[in-house]
Ligand binder design. Structure first.
Ligand code: FES
Length: 150
């Protein structure tokens, strides 16, 4: 079926089965590879994107739920080629080890800081508790988010 959604500010119309997970549309149909497949079951957070501003697990979100809505991926956080402050902080703090989960971590952190720009450490820990990191980079993740929180 034909389905339209806005991805990173650009309207896209696709022929796709409405049951297809949003993750695969983002990665395979649109070629945006920054959003990762981790567990495929809504448990790890690697696939987190924003749907109309809300963080969702794209692996377990059927694309028809995104029809007519706005999706932001890690690629869309940057503005006019300038990295989002969180992306800069990730670089400055050398957060990633394997890096696989980091897009989802940043998307969850971006949602937190948008709604709570002065987030405290406990807010950050709580907001990111659903994003798992097999390398255990949590202390650097938290430090990076704290450096952006005002
Ligand atoms: Fe979606 Fe793990 S890949 S939550």
């Amino acid at each position: 079926m034909a389905l339209s959604l806005t991805v990173n500010g650009e309207k896209r119309t696709l022929e796709v089965d409405g049951d297809t997970p949003l993750l695969w549309v983002i990665r395979d149909e649109l070629g945006l590879k920054g959003t990762k497949f981790g567990c495929g079951a809504g448990l790890c957070g690697a696939c987190t994107v924003h749907l109309d501003g809300q963080p969702v697990r794209s692996c377990s979100t059927p694309v028809d739920l995104a029809s007519g809505k706005s999706v932001t991926t890690i690629e869309g956080l940057a503005s006019r080629g300038d990295l989002h402050p969180l992306q800069k902080a990730w670089v400055e703090h050398g957060v990633p080890q394997c890096g696989y989960c980091q897009s989802g971590q940043i998307m969850s952190a971006a949602y937190l800081l948008k709604h709570n720009p002065a987030a405290e450490r406990e807010d950050i820990v709580a907001a990111l508790s659903g994003n798992l990191c097999r390398c255990g980079t949590y202390s650097k993740i938290i430090a990076a988010v704290e450096s952006v929180a005002s």
